[in-house]
Design a protein around this ligand. Structure first.
Ligand code: NAD
Length: 355
């Protein structure tokens, strides 16, 4: 199992060190190779996604990614900005499925803006299609409005599109993910209004025949937004398209109140994936040794579960994290009075010890 380790910028290297220590502590035979990406890729090789880094990512069985970005690169032309590395990796590795869990450990229920009884113990996962939909659909652009009350005025337009095979492909990821969890899948669309969504719903219903054990239901996206804040614990795996998933996954992330705890995965058709924390490079705290490494460590656990089918080892990491939180250790971002405040390395030490 070869893992490309791409720490990136800001707090990336600090939190990646801890994730790698945790992986090493499992005593498995991982081959890990490190490479520059993002701002540090540009600084050392002239490009945020250097060729050698892309080659490594292509050869590896999985990519563990830190975070990229630094304000000092904000004046660069768009193609050279650190964030382009993520888009380049997604495109070149054909990553079309984004998995974002939102988990709220009962010990951290106070961090959410919602009442503890609504969110404590929350554990949902959003499966979002990443490469299609209105974000990429052609035609798009500006033109003189061809009709309507504002005929002739400048208008902007985009095209929402999904082909049946595209929907089928992401639906399989949704059902397979549900099989690894609670065997419950909620497909989110806007089939009461959109043609794209009607095809989405029909296709998901058809794919469901191959997964008789999974309980499937459907929700309109506006209702899904309501249910996310009303009764988020009723949701398990949520399957949706690119734009709806973009919005809902950020709302779900905020239910937990702690960005330093959220992992994510982007998968290709064969299950190879890129695993990264949902947060950015946090330049405001980089180099201070205070960043929360748990999202990065949980990303490594997701990698074991989804790319390597090592469920037992993934469970071990997640249980170790639960134990550490139960013992009262907190980095600054999740600190509450009465707990013990620790830095990045101490948090990593504690997870390794709990393992
Ligand atoms: P951010 O997620 O980096 O930080 C937002 C806030 O959360 C900051 O106050 C930060 O200190 C805090 N934070 C984030 N992760 C934390 C952690 N692990 N532990 C403790 N606190 C944490 O978002 P931002 O400030 O908007 O962006 C900073 C840079 O990151 C920008 O250059 C942006 O483009 C980039 N970015 C990269 C990614 C990515 O690599 N996938 C994602 C988002 C933003």
């Amino acid at each position: 199992m070869k893992i490309a380790i791409l720490p990136g910028d800001g707090i990336g290297p600090e939190i990646m060190n801890e994730a790698v220590r945790v992986l090493n502590a499992l005593g498995e035979n991982f081959e890990m190779e490190w490479a520059d990406v993002g701002g540090v890729g540009y600084a050392n090789h002239g490009h945020p996604l250097p060729e050698s880094t892309l080659k490594l990512a292509q050869e590896a069985d999985a990519v563990l990614f830190g975070a990229v970005g630094d304000f000092k690169y904000d004046t660069l032309e768009r193609a050279l900005r650190p964030e382009q590395a993520i888009l380049g990796l997604r495109k070149n590795l054909k990553l079309f499925a984004n998995l974002r869990p939102a988990i709220l450990y009962p010990e951290l229920a106070g961090a959410s803006t919602l009442k503890p009884e609504i969110v404590s113990g929350l554990n949902l996962l959003i499966v979002r299609e990443l490469t299609g939909d209105i974000y990429f659909g052609q035609p798009r652009g500006r033109r003189a409005a061809p009709d309507g009350a504002f005929k002739g005025a400048v208008e902007g337009f985009d095209t929402m599109r999904y082909s049946e095979p595209e929907i089928r492909r992401i639906a399989h990821v949704g059902f397979q993910t549900a099989m690894k969890r609670g065997k419950k899948l909620t497909s989110v669309d806007k089939a009461n209004v959109l043609e794209t969504s009607q095809l989405w719903r029909e296709t998901v219903i058809d794919v469901a025949k191959e997964y008789p054990e999974v309980k499937l239901d459907h929700m309109y996206v506006d209702n899904a937004a309501m249910q996310l804040v009303r009764a988020p614990k009723d949701l398990d795996v949520v399957l949706t398209g690119n734009i709806f998933g973009d919005i809902l996954s950020d709302a779900a992330a905020m239910l937990t109140g702690s960005i330093g705890m959220l992992a994510s995965a982007s998968l290709d058709e064969s299950g190879k994936g890129l695993y990264e924390p949902s947060h950015g490079s946090a330049p405001d705290i980089a180099g201070k040794g205070i960043a929360n490494p748990l999202a990065q460590i949980l990303s490594a656990a997701m990698m074991l579960r989804y790319s390597f089918n090592m469920n037992e080892q993934a469970d071990r990491i997640e249980s170790a994290i639960k134990k550490v939180l139960a013992s009262g250790l907190r980095t600054g971002d999740i600190y509450e009075p009465g707990c013990q405040r620790v830095g990045t390395k101490e948090m990593g030490d504690a997870v390794v010890a709990a393992l």
